[in-house]
Design a protein around this ligand. Sequence first.
Ligand SMILES: *Cc1c(COP(=O)(O)O)cnc(C)c1O
Length: 401
Amino acid sequence: MLKYKNNLLFIDDVSVFDAAVKVGTPFYIYGKKKLLENYKALDGAFSKAKHIICYAVKANENPHILKILAEKGCGVDIVSVGELNLAVSCGINPKKIVFAGVGKTDDEITEALKKDILMFNVESVPELFRIDKIAKSLGKIARISFRVNPDINAKTHPHITTGLPHNKFGLCFEEAFEGYLLAKELKNIKIVGLHLHIGSQITDKDSFELASKKVSGYIKKLSAAKIKLRYIDMGGGLGIKYNDEKIITPAEYAKAVMSNLPKNHTIILEPGRFIVGDTGILVTKIIYIKKTSKKNFLIVDAGMNDLVRPAIYGAYHDIIPVALREGEKHNWDIAGPICESSDIFAKDRQMPKVSEGDCLAILCTGAYGYSMSSNYNMRPRPAEVLVEGKKWRVIRCREKL
Ligand SMILES: *Cc1c(COP(=O)(O)O)cnc(C)c1O
């Protein structure tokens, strides 16, 4: 998606510098072409199976991005009523909405039932009873899956593993089995599926294959207890290349996920990062070049309130100049203006020559960038821009003070 033309960084046919001059910094800028490519690559990889792609809204909830995906027939994985309302207003078909989360409130359950979503991914037995009770009061039948916690170490960052016994998510296979037996007896509940999500930024194919294997054995066990499923929701988690990771291709992913699954089910996938991660960059300006006896800093105008991944996960993001200059390379710590020591985007990072006032692009920030941003330090959230071929437009205005 990115290339330099005459030493200026372009997304498709748009100069990032031109957009920076008009929009001001910091801002996120996304490429529509890449977004569609990612969606198609994954959709295509599963073309042999009945499947629904339910994009995880939390990765990037910009309405314009949701509308583009809705037009392609994409569904969504939501975790709040806010995401539910937004997705529906952007044209996502409620019959393609799945609802996860350990703490669904009565209001959220009510709204999801009224909108008649595809299914609730239930994470506890008390939640099951709550859904049944609310469905009864509304005269509705709630379609549900249990989220199982398959005890798989997906070999990713501890903060983003979700399928281990000590994680708060889902139920272990045995407890979920008890849940299914209880659900069978509830009048306003219809069991339709099984759900799991083992973590995020997974680059280990074997984890997906193991999940597939465990699920297939479990489905047999459920089937023996006369519990028939229509949907197998294998969650999200497909990793992308931030640095030097060896990533799984969509074809390898599809093969691993489907390796053991029975053929007569509809597979649901909940990719977030894979769909949007590499479609976006965060553009920021160097405010000061600060050289001290110990360290050399580039102080930039984006902070951890705009992009929190480096601060909370120690995440690596490539950082490149928006306009290349001739000259020697140097090593820098690239830091934001926030009053926290963790507000650092890169440490000892080698950069081509830069000057005060230059713009830098922090790469691969389309997922969990804007959506995790905040007003910490009373900073307005940045603008968001979308590139469509030769054109670009602001798809969310910068917040005002
Ligand atoms: C966050 C999340 C996803 C998306 O994860 P990615 O790593 O972005 O693909 C999918 N499903 C559930 C339940 C999630 O919590």
